[in-house]
Design a binder for this molecule. Structure first.
Ligand SMILES: Nc1nc2c(c(=O)[nH]1)N[C@H]1C(S)=C(S)[C@@H](COP(=O)(O)O)O[C@H]1N2
Ligand SMILES: [Mo]
Length: 406
């Protein structure tokens, strides 16, 4: 990183001087990822073919199947533009062919009174609804865990707020005359082809969520007003507002109402809140709902010179499964807090809200932090919940950043 060229210095990690070693190692992994994308400013050659329409300048490209939005690239809007929205595929996506004729895609519905297969064209005749929601990877914020859990080193950008349109799962359930007796979970199966001879449970993206998740779930064919592109799970995607990324099954080919959770590894041992040093197991809590969380987005661009004086500190806050009701901002690493203002439209309990704190700041170094509270009275904690794979990081300390005003 060219420090002399960068006027606004930003660092990630602890701002309190606690765990300063981890803050330094977080910083180096973040800057490495940034450096890796710098060569892609003139073209999008660093992007995989299925996502070559993305805006590489505003993404940290971790791999062909993992890209996140840069912190400053959230801008001041509420809806994340598709070109900047993060991408996460656990395995290679299916062929682009499947989105050529989206209406022809077939969904099998089972574990219901009247099991059947429906095309997307048929689903479109049953009902339509829209939800604004935060889509966020379970591992967003993993890069800030001092324990360096394995997996993509996401910072803040494995999240976006998007509009999904599709048929409510409840409406589909009426059409199929209800679920079978004894059903306890809604299980969605991803449409990635499984190589011959391989036990599907080893790689199949198949996730089960508790029945209460049905309430606001959709089978979606549109995102931000466009047919869902392959990268985001088109032609058809299950969306479960309030639930972490993995529960929103892309290229969904089967929706089942089941007495048991999926036998796939991704359900049984993946995405579990395992104690440190322990492998994931069915006895541990499954990663389902998202916690209250916020982060500062402006100022955060390392290449932008921000002058002392009057500035508008901005950020994003989500209540997780319910409305975010309060947001506080600190410029001194959490020693003092100021209530900030929510701005822009309130798009419902599953969307995030933009916030701003208008301040006068002199030349110098500031430790910016934000702390959200939701309708249930839950406040973003200082400490992350330690777990072996680095899921659900909502620590305000970890998401704070240092900025230098000139
Ligand atoms: N079929 C399928 N669905 C999937 C995945 C996948 O690999 N295959 N990845 C999940 C994970 S871990 C996340 S975080 C989100 C990412 O959604 P996005 O790529 O649209 O941002 O999709 C989820 N749904
Ligand atoms: Mo994820």
């Amino acid at each position: 990183m060219n420090v002399t060229r960068r006027r606004l210095l930003t660092t990630s990690g602890s701002v309190l001087g606690l765990a300063s070693v981890s803050a330094l190692s977080n910083f180096s992994s973040t800057t490495k990822a940034l450096a890796a994308t710098q060569g892609s400013t003139a073209n999008n050659s660093a992007l995989p073919a299925y996502a070559d329409w993305k805006d590489a300048n505003h993404l940290i490209i971790h791999s062909a199947n993992t890209m996140e939005t840069k912190r400053h690239a959230f801008g001041s809007g509420i809806i994340t533009p598709l070109e900047r929205l993060f991408v996460r595929n656990n395995i290679a996506p299916p062929s682009e062919e499947i989105v050529k004729d989206p209406d022809a895609w077939v969904l099998e519905v089972s574990g219901v009174k009247n099991p059947q297969s429906l095309t997307v064209a048929e689903l479109k005749t049953l009902g339509v609804s829209t939800v604004a929601m935060v889509l966020q990877c379970n591992g967003n914020g993993r890069a800030y865990f001092p324990s360096k859990p394995s997996g993509t080193q996401w910072t803040v950008g494995a999240a976006g707020c998007v509009m999904f349109t599709g048929v409510p799962v409840k409406t589909l359930l009426e059409h199929v005359q209800g679920m079978d007796e004894g059903a306890k979970y809604m299980t969605g199966t991803g449409g990635e082809p499984i190589p011959d001879g391989l036990d599907p449970n080893t790689i199949q993206v198949e996730r089960s969520v508790p029945l209460e998740a049905i309430e606001d779930a959709l089978l979606a064919w549109e995102i931000n007003g466009k047919p869902i592109p392959l990268a985001h799970g088109g032609p058809l995607r299950l969306v479960v507002p309030g639930y972490t990324g993995v529960n929103n099954v892309k290229y969904i080919k089967r929706l089942a109402f089941t007495a048991e959770q999926s036998a796939a590894n991704i359900q049984q041992s993946g995405y579990r809140l395992a104690p440190m040093g322990e492998k994931g197991a069915p006895t541990q809590e499954s990663v389902w709902t998202m916690p209250v969380k916020s982060w500062i987005t402006y100022p955060s661009d390392p290449d932008e010179q921000v002058h002392a004086g009057k500035i508008q500190i901005q950020g994003l806050a989500t209540g997780g499964t319910t409305d975010v009701t309060k947001i506080e901002v600190s410029t001194d690493g959490g020693e003092s807090w100021h209530e900030a203002e929510f701005i822009g439209p309130d798009l419902g309990p599953y969307a995030w809200r933009q916030f701003v704190l208008s301040v006068e700041l002199e030349t110098g170094t500031y430790k910016l932090a934000s702390r959200a509270t939701n309708k249930n009275g839950e406040t973003q904690p200082a400490d992350r919940l330690e777990n072996n794979r680095g899921y659900l990081n909502n620590s305000w300390v970890d998401h704070s950043l240092e900025v230098v005003l000139v």
